[in-house]
Design a protein around this ligand. Structure first.
Ligand code: ZN
Ligand code: ZN
Length: 176
């Protein structure tokens, strides 16, 4: 299956593949991962995903709740041998996003909307211009060090006390 690269009338890059006489497309520049990765085709109100269609043609219907996974990790490689039907949970776990947070749509400070499962994500993307202009201070190493130092300062007595306690216990253990 050869991937053809084109550009829409509005200048949006599109990749297409043809399978069983039908054209499936994906949008490599999309902010949404599923739109970037998966070749799809609209049929009536349904959105057909190429990898699932290929798997179905060979093996029959996909059982409810099952995912079709790209074995080599490349969602552009839709050869049948590269497709594996697997349990949704196992699949999400494999991709490291097993957390069961629902997908929510949020507005980035730049105004762009984005979808995420992360309860804390604030920015639309790593390359967001507003994010770049406002580096998140709490994420810097210096800041983490400052926080740790402040904590130690504030709780010095308790920390010293804990250390004394810990040394005392160790001495006792050594004696016995
Ligand atoms: Zn997968
Ligand atoms: Zn943004």
């Amino acid at each position: 299956m050869e991937i053809t690269r084109t550009v829409s009338r509005r200048g949006v890059p599109i990749e297409t593949v043809e399978w069983n006489g039908k054209v499936y497309r994906r949008y490599p520049e999309s902010n949404r991962r599923s739109n970037r990765d998966y070749f799809v085709r609209g049929e009536g109100r349904k959105l057909l995903l190429l990898h699932r269609e290929i798997w179905k043609e060979a093996h029959g219907p996909i059982p409810e709740g099952m995912h079709v996974h790209h074995v080599d990790g490349d969602p552009g490689n839709n050869a049948l041998e590269n497709l594996e039907c697997m349990d949704r949970r196992a699949h999400l776990k494999m991709h490291g996003d097993a957390k069961e947070f629902p997908v929510s749509t949020r507005a980035c400070p730049c105004g762009k909307m984005f979808e995420t499962r992360s309860p804390r994500r604030k920015w639309c993307s790593r390359t967001c211009p507003v994010r770049k202009a406002n580096p998140v201070r709490s994420a810097t190493r210096e800041y983490q060090r400052e926080v740790a130092a402040r904590f130690r300062e504030r709780h010095r007595d308790r920390i010293n006390e804990n250390q004394r306690e810990w040394r005392r216990k160790r001495r006792e253990q050594e004696k016995s």
